[in-house]
Design a protein around this ligand. Structure first.
Ligand SMILES: [Zn+2]
Length: 397
């Protein structure tokens, strides 16, 4: 079934080890030093209230064109909590999205998002204009905080929105298909939770070039930074080299400052591949995807993940505005679910506090920096009406 798999894997692995000299300036990145300060500032942004969930995309476009920082209510959780987004203009028109709390139980990942927010508020420019959504499922985060011991137990309190809910990271539309807010169903026809609808609407409207999806992992030997291989809308690989190189540079940034990115195996065989995912194939070959998440009754762990969906180009022949190229999708797996303050030993707590800072700084300094810039239309293989193309280009000015 996997003809030539070994050779393809070797080629893909080489992308992790070798960075083309014309793509990357090592001296530039080596000169960036991690931030040790844990300064917390007040929000240096204008709060705006609008709900993408209710389709006020014109307001979002107006806000973005002003090129000033703003905070927004993007939508509501099922229990009526605000899902907040914070936007910071970069020095370029390239766009990045950072999401925390897809799994509400992974409290440390949400902390990384909030730390990044602090760093961006304190100042200093970044290359990518970035929207940060620190917690997508605030109801689930609240449950996890109420039951701090539950986060490391089997039930995984706060991961799912109830005992019969589908895994929040397995509710995306079919690969290569767009999200339609009038028909919000996933690849198996199950309703997409409204928090994920907010996220998908943000992706539709904001059209990020790259995304960080912040998670946490119980097995700290698997902690690290990973990339999903990008494909066209039919699932054919576009080449993994620049994705894996960006990941390795983010991991090195953390590792060189004493942080834990054990899953990236920087000491032995550097890799940007999550251990459960099929190996990336050479450009032009069909890319296998992992559709099985956690083992849950009635296949509630089965479905398309955000990583697979976002890194696959979307072709919508009916509404060209919903078509998009594949997005560079980085999944961050922070070591351990707990927040630093949840560790009883003060030394351990301090260690994890510095780890949160390091992970956040890798996102700010490397992911949001001018590295491995996406080509404007790579992976967008759709036939889009001329009028739509013009509209999209205008939107991006
Ligand atoms: Zn997770």
């Amino acid at each position: 079934m996997y003809y030539g798999k070994k050779i393809i894997f070797l080629l893909a692995s080489m992308g992790c080890l070798f960075v083309r000299a014309n793509q990357f300036d090592h001296a530039k990145i080596d000169s960036i030093k991690p931030t040790i300060s844990s300064a917390v500032s007040t929000l240096n942004a204008t709060p705006v209230s609008f709900a993408i969930y209710n389709r006020p995309s014109a307001i979002l476009k107006q806000q973005l064109s002003a090129r000033t920082a703003f905070a927004a209510e993007l939508g509501m959780s099922k229990q009526g909590k605000s899902i907040k987004g914070y936007y910071f203009p970069g020095t370029s028109n390239k766009r990045a999205l950072v999401i925390g709390g897809v799994h509400g139980s992974e409290l440390s990942g949400i902390q990384v998002a909030r730390k990044l927010l602090n760093m961006l508020q304190v100042g200093g420019s970044v290359y990518y204009s970035v929207m940060v959504i620190p917690c997508l499922f605030p109801d689930n985060e609240e449950i996890a905080i109420q039951f701090p011991d539950g986060v490391n137990k089997k039930y995984n309190t706060g991961r799912y929105s109830g005992k019969i809910a589908t895994d929040p990271n397995r509710q995306m539309p079919a690969l290569g298909h767009s999200f339609d807010d009038q028909n919000p169903f996933d690849c198996l026809g199950r309703p997409i939770e409204q928090e994920n609808q907010v996220l998908l609407q943000v992706i539709n409207e904001f059209k990020p070039d790259r995304i960080v999806n912040l998670h946490a992992i119980r097995d700290i030997t698997r902690a690290g930074i990973y990339a999903d291989p990008r494909t066209d809308s039919h699932g054919y690989a576009l080449g993994y080299e620049s994705d894996s190189s960006l990941v390795i540079e983010m991991a090195k940034f953390i590792y060189n400052a004493g942080g834990n990115v054990a899953g990236n195996k920087l000491d032995s065989e550097p890799t940007a591949l999550y251990y459960n995912d099929p190996p990336p194939v050479a450009a032009g070959s069909f890319q296998d995807r992992n559709l099985h998440g956690s083992s849950l009754p009635e296949d509630r762990g089965y479905g398309v993940s955000l990583g697979s969906w976002a890194s696959t180009a979307v072709c919508d022949s009916v509404d060209g505005l919903r078509s998009r190229p594949s997005v560079r999708l980085i999944t961050v797996e922070f070591p351990g679910y707990k927040r630093p303050e949840d560790y009883k030993d003060p030394e351990v707590s301090t260690y994890y506090e510095s780890m949160v800072t390091l992970y956040a700084d890798a996102i700010r300094s490397v992911f949001l920096g001018e590295f491995f810039i996406e080509e404007p239309t790579k992976g967008c293989d759709c036939v889009v009406k001329k009028q739509d193309t013009e509209t999209r280009l205008t939107d991006r000015e």
